[in-house]
Design a protein around this ligand. Structure first.
Ligand SMILES: Cc1cc2nc3c(=O)[nH]c(=O)nc-3n(C[C@H](O)[C@H](O)[C@H](O)COP(=O)(O)OP(=O)(O)OC[C@H]3O[C@@H](n4cnc5c(N)ncnc54)[C@H](O)[C@@H]3O)c2cc1C
Ligand code: SF4
Length: 298
């Protein structure tokens, strides 16, 4: 990425010592663990971290042990300070997902996992992501602002906004990995590679996640407050005001139909795509959207 200096100056949010990390852990358990479960998948433009812990960088740097983070949550449940859905959900992220990703990295790296590109995706990272262009897509603008200001976005913003658009538009997985690694405060090779190559971009052909995390604007509309302020309509797939996520979702399915044919978890989506009465029109609009996206005019 060269000398990429995009992003706000550090403001002291991120722990850089053991004692700062312990303070952050205490603060999370006292103030945000209880609402974590109910808000884990929500996205709000004005709330960069919602009820997330922002502890990944501390664990990745070795300032906190994942075991003590999980134990702190367990104690909050035992003392009645946090409900079961939040505590179970949070502990599952730490000792479930985090450890699974660690295992994926060491299990498959030998097979050159980092260079996988099962869907043959070759587009550059959109200028709308990198700050090289303003974007009219409010969901993307919100997430990119969070990233600019804090070097962080929470998981669903990474997966269902940045990852989803990169997946459905066909961004090169290695370019996306490099960009995310350079842009996120908690970026590290072992965790970035499986999450981008495997989980977000399905570039490993389904080794890590059996089904691609692709969706149209309906998901973002349901989970965020972005669409109501956006000039695009999440329900529309054609026309100038069609949501780019929705258009690209259907085009992605059509483009990769052969690759997903044997995947029974994709049967319903493919059947839906085949039933569209105006698929040709959708694909024409998708071609326009991709040109706009690449040139930073979307
Ligand atoms: C495209 C993409 C790229 C990602 N890149 C990174 C990365 O470089 N570094 C990183 O630490 N995480 C990465 N993640 C995983 C996850 O998004 C972050 O760990 C999480 O958002 C960090 O915020 P938090 O500490 O507030 O987490 P919380 O939402 O509070 O979750 C608690 C903890 O669970 C762990 N966790 C949850 N999901 C995952 C996961 N999928 N993989 C690994 N750990 C997980 C993290 O340690 C996190 O701190 C990525 C996810 C995606 C989809
Ligand atoms: S309408 Fe589409 S582009 Fe606009 S905020 Fe919603 S999902 Fe994003």
């Amino acid at each position: 990425m060269g000398n990429n200096t995009w992003g706000a100056d550090p403001d002291g949010t991120w722990p850089v010592t053991r004692s700062q990390a312990l303070t952050r852990l205490d603060e999370f358990v006292a103030t945000a663990l209880a609402p974590f479960g109910a808000h884990e998948d929500a996205m709000l433009g004005a709330e960069w971290k919602l009820a997330h812990s922002v502890l990944a960088s501390s664990m990745n740097l070795g300032l906190l042990h994942p075991g003590e983070v999980a134990e702190a949550a367990e104690v909050a449940f035992a003392t009645g300070d946090a409900p079961i859905n939040s505590v179970e959900g949070f502990i599952r992220q730490v000792i479930g997902w985090r450890e699974y990703v660690w295992g994926v990295y060491w299990l498959w790296m030998a097979d050159d996992y980092r260079n996988k590109n099962a869907l043959g995706a070759t587009r550059p990272v959109p200028p709308a992501f990198t700050g090289e262009a303003e974007t009219e897509m409010v969901c993307v603008a919100n997430v990119v602002r969070h990233l600019h200001d804090h070097g962080y976005t929470h998981h669903i913003e990474r997966l269902m906004v940045l990852g989803n658009l990169a997946l459905t538009s066909g961004v090169d997985p290695q370019a996306m990995t490099q960009w995310m690694w350079a842009s996120f405060v908690d970026g590290a090779e072992w965790v970035m590679l499986p999450n981008v190559i495997g989980m977000a971009l399905h570039a490993d052909g389904g080794l890590m996640a059996t089904k691609p995390y692709a969706s149209g604007g309906a998901y973002i509309n349901k989970m965020s407050d972005s669409c109501k302020g956006c000039r695009f309509n999440p329900k529309k797939r054609t026309g100038d005001d069609a949501c780019p996520f929705t258009t690209l979702y259907w085009d992605f399915l059509a483009r990769n139909e052969a690759a997903f044919k044997g995947n029974h978890r994709m049967g319903q989506q493919l059947a839906g795509m085949r039933r569209l009465s105006n698929l040709d029109e959708v694909r024409d609009r998708a071609a326009e959207v991709l040109v706009l996206l690449d040139s930073g005019r979307l």
